[in-house]
Design a protein around this ligand. Structure first.
Ligand code: SF4
Ligand code: SF4
Length: 197
């Protein structure tokens, strides 16, 4: 079983890393003039997977800090999300279903939302461990906004990924050799329960 102080230390570091991501995101968004307020879209319907045990566990820490009734609500919505998304994917349709943690357009677990939730929107890039550079133009609204700029600010995620990978290594420890790779939607992380490491 994991030693409690180690987990607390790693969660504190993850929270700090999340704050740094948020600051970098806000700086880029501010330069472009991007705000999600009044946007006709809601990115919380995007279908994407998350890939670390530490984020999965930290998400669950947030879930467990909520009252029982709220937790049941999240779980019911997560179960429904998983059923619907599997059905759509089986028919070759990419799901666009509201995240089980979003209520009336707002994230109900904002402090515990995962890395991808914090990076989406502005143009960003990262260099993979194999040296290949990946670039993303940002959301449709952002692209409209920076079309008049000579050069859009690009958020480089590489350092954030590297730091997250280090935290993940420290979190899973020797178990990394036997644990399956994580590739789960947030709803699947809820339905499966806290990660067993
Ligand atoms: S990230 Fe872009 S598309 Fe998504 S809600 Fe914000 S402004 Fe809208
Ligand atoms: S965790 Fe929060 S920010 Fe991320 S998709 Fe769900 S509701 Fe949206």
């Amino acid at each position: 079983m994991r030693k409690e102080p180690l987990e607390s230390t790693l969660f504190r570091k993850l929270s700090l890393l999340y704050s740094e991501m948020e600051e970098a995101y806000n700086q880029a968004a501010c330069k472009i003039g991007l705000s999600c307020r009044g946007c006709p879209d809601n990115c919380c319907t995007s279908h994407f997977q998350h890939h670390t045990y530490i984020e999965w566990a930290y998400l669950w820490k947030g879930i467990q800090s909520r009252p029982d009734e709220k937790q049941r609500e999240f779980m019911n919505r997560a179960g429904e999300y998983v059923r619907q998304s599997r059905d759509l994917l089986a028919r070759g349709i990419r799901p666009r279903i509201m995240c089980p943690l979003n209520d009336k357009g707002l994230c109900q677990l904002y402090e515990h939302r995962l890395m991808i939730c914090r990076m989406h929107g502005v143009p960003n890039s990262f260099v993979r461990p194999d040296g290949k550079k990946m670039s993303f133009p940002g959301c449709f609204r952002c692209q409209q906004l920076y079309s008049h700029l000579d050069e859009a600010p690009v958020l480089d995620r590489t350092g954030f990924y590297r730091n997250l990978a280090s935290l993940e290594m420290a979190f899973v420890g020797q178990n990394i050799k036997t644990l399956p790779r994580v590739s789960l939607t947030l709803a699947e992380m809820l339905v499966q329960g806290p990660p067993r490491i």
